[in-house]
Design a protein around this ligand. Structure first.
Ligand code: GLA
Ligand code: ZN
Length: 671
């Protein structure tokens, strides 16, 4: 089904139809063979209630068939039209303070609203029936970036009603809910489920257990919203795939759950960041510049199905809404594409074909500038496609083979958002302190959920295992017992899965014997860093310090300042056939480097490279392909192992221009 390598997101409804054949011809000449269409076209396809105007899209598809361009169709529920909002204004989502978010942008929808859901069922049924069997249609995307702009969720009465049903399903009776939420505190006891509301803005504070359930409920709601549409599509458009354009570590909806509904996962990759709200993003610009954060997101996306994926939107020029990011440097668009391929993407779809004259995204530029005339982006992408298309066909289905995994958990992340402990403590950033060091040493990384089988990994890093359940604890115990190396970090086992604190036991709870430590005291460091030494190496821990008392563990690093100077900061415990590490604080890069260094050799056979130069590999039964990626603004010379052969004959063996890539391969010896 998926034989395509390059494509583009196209919005024919923004342009006069005389232009359509011109565009498609140019796309074909560039080597693009798939387009995504219609994910924001509701008002153009159903301009008034029940009146469908599919003709124009049929014409576009006729042209696609003539030009042999394949199509991924989107459903338009990220932008319900004005007539629908006028009919049912309470579709507009309610913010936590009771105010509405109104029509005029996008994502102005409550996904619980029963009347809205009826209109969606009618639209998607009519749409899928009409287009689902067309020759050029190969697949579908439901909505667009589900979870995007639903960050504040919706607190309306329909959502509250569904929330109550969800709670009743989970707890069965109100006493169980009261117990799990600890409602004796501040007189919050409930007599019936009817008394429960969405956690709207209060005079002061919130119940952390309620808010955790609310966040999980919303993730489930969005998954249900997806299923509603996906089921219709599957019955009218058989043998076509359904994928979704996910957003890396965006956390509103669990992609682990969503991935189960998809044939393969897709990801939207804007390596320069999202320039409407860049100030608010939590990753550093340096991380972006050196390609580290984008690499982590790609690894996460691949890990959802442990399989190849598509990039459904790749930045193709300047990104920006009200403010703009920098223009991609010469070569950089191709570098980003090859980085995605290096981490497991088999298809790259660029966002978008042409910069458009109107709307919020006037300055979110496309391959073609406003003029419609090919410029630098066009020629760079065209050259890239011609160069790498045969390679991409050859490597299709090959994958990186990591021996280390980092645990990423939506629920731990939610719990930390609810109570960050320290104003700058951030789940993804904390996890990135480990990823950064691994990435800088060219160690391939998978991400895993808390309860999947980890036995294929020799090292599992499970940062911030704050919520601990019985099943999870058993899985961690078993992994170490059978010979795994497990690293956990501060605040492990502090709470139960219902977000109530563990009582009657020392921390880290039931994993004490596996980890061989107790945490009897801790310190929120506020603005003070704490000095730490690890084998003579001096560095600092920040934000938080768990003060460790080894029971059976050995001390690897020690605090050197504060009243707990001399006490353990990092420990290791031999348990069963494996080792369990506890890291009590957020390590700076020096400490992290020395902490992970002894483990790295067995985790990668890729050569070391300077910061900003990345090497990643993909392999199949016959061959390993190496991607050398220079994210720096200067030329770099890299020592390439002798047994690697340059893939491109014209490739100068070791000198990489700024923002460029090289590819090598090594055949496997089956003798
Ligand atoms: C997202 C969306 C696109 C577009 C781009 C640029 O990734 O999926 O529709 O809005 O961002 O903002
Ligand atoms: Zn709602």
């Amino acid at each position: 089904m998926n034989h395509l390598q390059f494509g583009v997101d196209y919005y024919p409804e923004h342009w006069n139809k005389n232009r359509w054949p011109v565009d498609l011809k140019m796309m074909k000449e560039m080597g693009l063979d798939v387009i995504r269409l219609a994910e924001f076209s509701w008002s153009a396809l159903e301009p008034s209630d029940g009146q469908f105007t599919f003709d124009w899209l049929d014409e576009v598809l006729d042209l696609c068939e003539a030009y042999k361009i394949k199509v991924v169709l989107g459903t338009p529920t990220a932008a319900p039209p004005a007539w629908l909002i006028e009919q049912m204004p309470d579709i507009q989502p309610m913010a936590s303070d009771g105010s509405r978010r109104y029509f005029g942008g996008r994502h102005h929808d409550c996904q619980s609203h029963p009347g809205y859901r009826e209109k969606i069922i009618r639209y998607v049924t009519t749409f899928a029936k009409h287009f689902g069997k067309r020759e050029c249609v190969i697949g579908w995307q439901v909505d667009n970036e589900l979870g995007n702009s639903h960050g504040d969720l919706c607190y309306c009465e329909y959502c509250e009603k569904r929330f109550r049903q969800w709670l009743e399903n989970k707890y069965e009776n109100i006493d169980a809910l009261n117990e799990n939420w600890g409602t004796t505190f501040w007189s919050q006891g409930y007599q019936t489920f009817e008394e429960i509301h969405a956690p709207k803005k209060t005079a002061s504070g919130h119940n952390p257990s309620q808010v955790l359930d609310w966040k999980i409920f919303h993730s489930d709601l969005i998954n249900d919203f997806h299923a509603l549409q996906a089921n219709i599509i599957r019955s009218y458009s058989k043998d076509r795939f359904i994928t979704h354009n996910c957003m890396g570590f965006s956390d509103i909806v669990s992609y682990y759950d969503l991935a189960k509904q998809l044939d393969f996962v897709s990801h939207d990759q804007y390596c320069e960041g999202y320039w409407k709200n860049y100030e608010e993003t939590t990753v550093t610009e340096e991380n972006h510049r050196q390609g580290i954060f984008p690499a982590a997101e790609l690894d996460f996306i691949r890990s959802l199905k442990k399989d190849n994926f598509w990039i459904m939107e790749q930045q193709s020029s300047i990104a920006g809404w009200e403010i703009m990011g920098r223009t991609p440097r010469p070569g950089q668009i191709g570098l980003w594409s090859m980085q995605s391929v290096a981490h497991g993407a088999d298809t790259i779809v660029y966002f978008r074909w042409r910069s458009c004259p109107m709307g919020t995204e006037q300055y979110w530029h496309g391959i073609l500038p406003h003029s419609g005339k090919p410029g630098r982006a066009f020629y760079e992408i065209k050259a890239l496609i011609q160069r790498v298309k045969p390679l991409m066909k050859e490597i299709k289905g090959s994958l990186p083979k990591p021996k280390v995994a980092i645990v990423y958990s939506y629920e731990q992340n939610y719990a930390m958002q609810i109570q960050p402990h320290h104003p700058d403590l951030h789940y993804v950033n904390h996890l990135m302190t480990f990823y950064n060091e691994l990435h800088q040493n060219n160690v391939p990384v998978d991400f895993v959920s808390e309860l999947e089988d980890w036995s294929q990994y020799s090292l599992v890093i499970a940062p911030f295992q704050y919520l601990m359940g019985q099943e999870q604890e058993q899985a961690y115990r078993k992994y170490v017992k059978n010979g795994g190396k497990l690293i956990v970090t501060m605040r492990t086992g502090v709470k139960m899965r219902n977000n109530l604190c563990l009582i009657d036991e020392e921390l880290p709870g039931n994993l004490q014997d596996v980890l061989g430590v107790q945490v009897n005291e801790y310190d929120c460091l506020r603005k003070n860093d704490v000095a730490v030494t690890l084998n003579e190496q001096k560095g600092y821990g920040s934000k938080w310090a768990d003060i460790l008392t080894p029971t059976t563990a050995q001390t690897l690093a020690t605090y050197r300042s504060e009243f707990y100077a001399g006490q353990a900061a990092i420990t290791v415990n031999h348990y069963g056939k494996g080792d369990a590490y506890y890291v009590g604080t957020e390590l700076d890069s020096t400490l992290m480097h020395h902490f992970l260094a002894p483990s790295l050799k067995e985790l990668t056979n890729l050569p070391q490279t300077p910061a900003g130069v990345e090497i990643t590999s993909r392999e199949n039964d016959n061959c390993t392909y190496y991607f050398v990626l220079n994210h720096r603004d200067e030329a770099m010379t890299i020592d390439i192992p002798q047994n690697w052969t340059a893939y491109f004959e014209d490739q100068d063996s070791s000198k990489l221009a700024p923002y460029s890539y090289q590819i090598y391969f090594e055949r496997k010896n089956h003798g």
